[in-house]
Design a protein around this ligand. Structure first.
Ligand SMILES: [Zn+2]
Length: 590
């Protein structure tokens, strides 16, 4: 372990899992636990629970589970050390990471230096926009597009000079190392000679913040009709376009408050809406929306309004995105703006109320798809057949059967086709459909554990009632466990201090494997042995049974060995079979 154990304990003691999970999941209290939609699998009804007393989380749907540290690791895709550092910073715990292994330390240092470098470059671009005489055109451009000074300041907009070595010179002056400079994606190596040149030239610059307010990357827009109109940072160790949504750092609190998020495409769409008071907005920056985007947004809003232009590109983008939103089971609305408008021009020309009025009349996904199909094929006999063909995969995608039959009836009525005929078509589709690559819960552990329910039961008892731990230790029962894996887990629990606050949480910190933490979470969150039963007696009886079974097994084995030695061939075979079983069990239990 690279970080001293007492530091991890300190972090676990000062952090609060409800707080941490609340940053990304909407939680509602129910009994002792909080429930919300799981960020790790697609679902419509909450099966993701957080227990504040034990400081752990567990999903009854996909079995993800753990403590605050494992949550942050899983959710943000961070390493253990990165997570501990992040939480330490958040809760003011001083952590030394000197013993970190060299490659990890380099990786961590690189990320930190990229964030610092991006921040410096953001300030550099911002200064140019504000002060440089050569940025007059950029200032005019922003003014013409209706961007106020306050918006420029709040989102730290900037300007990249019309030259090849602006950032290159800036890096030299600031003594930025070659590696960080290249990895930042802000400069590129020259093709003909040595040295570097600027990626962004003569563009208005938009820093892109991550959810923690760190500058992850940049976008730049030309001020005339040159192509490409927009350009974004490439993927870097701190910028991943499949996770980042422009403006979410500023919009998240408003999304929470309203329960709704508007998803637009471009920088100006976002800035215009935000500036006009429609602050629960994010921009996808023209990249295809991913399940990751949707899952991140689910932590802030339950209704998502996809706003598109009415041109063919807009409609196609809408159709592409819909599948992902449907799969994630969120309430999705599609708003196609009147012809010739984008969100920016619409809100500027008609005002925020008119925009919100459009939002309130936004179509459901099915209504939208039907309209697109009708516009494409028309309502001739042939057209209606084609519409039905277009619609059936979408209908088949609806998981909720009641909802599906409602839509089928609606479609049948609209097209004036017999409802049973529509139903038949959809059924064909359902049969054809391949099972998607969705989340498959890992059941292998459960199968393994089915063979030793008592050992699992004893572990569960220790978690629910740490007082019995001395009993477990004195009996030596753990050594008699049949499953190696459960034996390892039980040893860790039996070796822990039973009087520790949030005991389960601290046990998890000692587990090396994520699947072991998940098992602990599932045992601790599922109904315990019941409050009334005498836990101590239950424990003692389980302990005795495990020991007895072990002894009996040993005895049978010994007898068989003795008889085998005397030349009884049947016993030799039996012995070999038992041995084989045991070996299989040990390997499976690793
Ligand atoms: Zn889940």
């Amino acid at each position: 372990m690279f970080i001293p154990e007492e530091k991890i304990s300190e972090i676990l003691n000062t952090s609060d899992i409800v707080d941490i999970v609340s940053e990304s999941v909407i939680l509602k209290k129910s009994g002792q636990n909080f429930f919300g939609l799981c960020p790790f699998h697609s679902e419509k009804t909450p099966s993701f629970s957080v227990n504040p007393a034990k400081q752990i989380f567990y999903c009854f749907g996909c079995s993800a589970g753990g403590n605050a540290i494992s949550y942050v690791m899983k959710y943000h895709g961070l390493s253990f050390v990165e997570t501990v550092k992040m939480l330490a910073r958040k809760y003011n715990v001083v952590v030394e990471t000197r013993q970190l292994d060299p490659s990890k330390r380099r990786e961590l240092a690189l990320k930190e230096s990229l964030f610092t470098l991006n921040k410096q470059v953001m300030a550099y671009y911002y200064r140019l926009l504000k002060q440089n005489t050569k940025a007059a055109g950029a200032r005019d451009y922003l003014e013409k597009r209706g961007i106020t000074k306050e918006t420029v300041d709040q989102f730290h907009l900037g300007y990249a000079m019309d030259q090849w070595d602006g950032v290159v010179t800036f890096f030299k002056k600031e003594k930025i190392g070659r590696q960080a400079a290249v990895k930042s994606g802000l400069v590129l190596p020259r093709k003909q000679s040595s040295g570097f040149y600027d990626r962004f030239r003569n563009r208005v610059m938009f820093p892109i913040f991550d959810i923690n307010m760190q500058v992850a990357g940049f976008g730049g827009r030309v001020m005339d009709d040159q192509m490409p109109k927009y350009m974004n940072s490439p993927e870097t160790p701190v910028y991943s376009k499949s996770r980042i949504l422009y403006g979410l750092h500023a919009a998240k609190q408003y999304c929470r408050k309203t329960g709704t998020v508007h998803i637009v495409e471009g920088y100006f769409d976002f800035l215009s809406l935000f500036q006009n008071g429609i602050k629960n907005t994010v921009a996808s920056l023209g990249t295809a929306l991913t399940s990751e985007h949707v899952r991140i947004l689910k932590g802030y809003a339950s209704t998502m309004v996809l706003v598109f232009d009415s041109d063919a590109a807009g409609i196609n983008a809408a159709k592409r995105s819909i599948k992902i939103f449907m799969k994630e089971g969120v309430d999705t609305r599609i708003l196609v703006l009147p012809e010739g408008d984008d969100p920016d021009t619409y809100v500027v020309n008609h005002g925020p109320e008119a925009f919100l009025d459009l939002v309130s009349r936004a179509k459901s996904v099915m209504q939208f798809l039907l309209k697109v199909a009708m516009d494409t094929h028309g309502l001739s006999v042939e057209g209606r057949i084609r519409i039905l063909d277009d619609m059936r995969p979408h209908l088949a995608d609806i998981q909720d059967s009641a909802l599906r039959s409602l839509h089928i009836r609606e479609l049948a009525e609209t097209l004036n086709i017999d409802e049973r005929a529509v139903l038949e078509k959809v059924k064909e589709q359902v049969v054809q459909a391949q099972p998607g690559p969705g989340f498959v819960p890992d059941n292998t552990d459960d199968q393994l554990l089915a063979s030793d329910p008592r050992e699992k039961q004893l572990i569960s008892l220790m978690l629910h009632c740490p007082d019995i731990i001395p009993e477990v230790q004195n009996s030596g029962v753990v050594e008699c466990f049949y499953s190696q894996r459960l034996c390892g887990i039980a040893k860790i629990i039996a070796g822990a201090d039973p009087h520790q606050k949030a005991f389960v949480n601290h046990i998890m910190a000692k587990m090396e494997q994520d699947k072991d933490r998940q098992l602990i979470a599932s045992l601790a969150m599922t109904e315990g042995p019941g409050e009334e039963t005498d836990l101590r007696n239950t424990a003692i009886s389980i302990i005795n049974r495990i020991i007895r079974i072990k002894k009996r097994k040993e005895n049978t084995l010994t007898t068989k060995i003795i008889r085998a030695e005397k030349g009884c061939e049947a016993d030799v075979m039996e012995l070999l079979k038992l041995k084989q079983q045991e070996i299989r069990q040990l390997h499976g239990g690793q």
